[in-house]
Write a protein that binds this ligand. Sequence first.
Ligand code: HEM
Length: 207
Amino acid sequence: MAMLQRYRDSQRINHWIVVLLFFCAGLSGLAFFHPSLFFLSSLFGGGPWTRILHPYMGLGMVLAFVFLALKMWRDNLWTPVDTEWIRQSTELIAGTDKTASHQAYKYNGGQKVVFWVMVVSLLVLLVTGFMFWHAWFPEGNILMRRIAVVLHSASAAMLILTIIIHVYAAIWVKGSMRAMTRGTVTETWAAHHHPLWHKEMKERPRA
Ligand code: HEM
């Protein structure tokens, strides 16, 4: 079966490092979110260790994401094709899209929304996280810190929900997962889900 290269090894390693750190930062953060979730702190060596490690794991996730985003932001810039994709997305999700043609370059409109929500929520998590990182910044306005805590939790919830959608879509769209595990996709997958990217790849002169 004809294959197309979608991700290089370095991009895939980068992506899976982000995923690992997302789970570490997410689970350790949830341990502080509500007493019923405090048991999660035992994954990181108990309460004090979780408190110490959480900001570093969060910082690591943001840094790793920056490298990924630097590679991917250009392919996530909005185009009129994406507005049309979003307009037709209800039919796509309902499965009544027999006649609709879903045009997309490397990423479709839904993936682009997910990408930019990731960027914004990680940025808010980073800035607000620094605002109440007592170990390094013991001084600070209490009101600002309280606002930062609320915004930190809200953007964490936003990121977690977005990742649930991201993972659901990765599993739901058959043939996507191999893009991030093996780096390649079938030509049929590309022509069906990302027709304009498929065209670009076919027209690209071979090295
Ligand atoms: C278990 C969790 C995850 C799985 C199974 C997963 C799976 C995937 C797959 C299959 C793709 C390729 C999609 C395509 O090329 O069309 C992808 C792309 C991507 N993933 Fe993940 N992912 C996970 C978690 C994350 C997390 C936590 C982040 C960031 C916080 C992330 C950020 C990205 C980005 C930025 C892309 C490129 C797509 C774009 O820029 O729109 N992923 N992921």
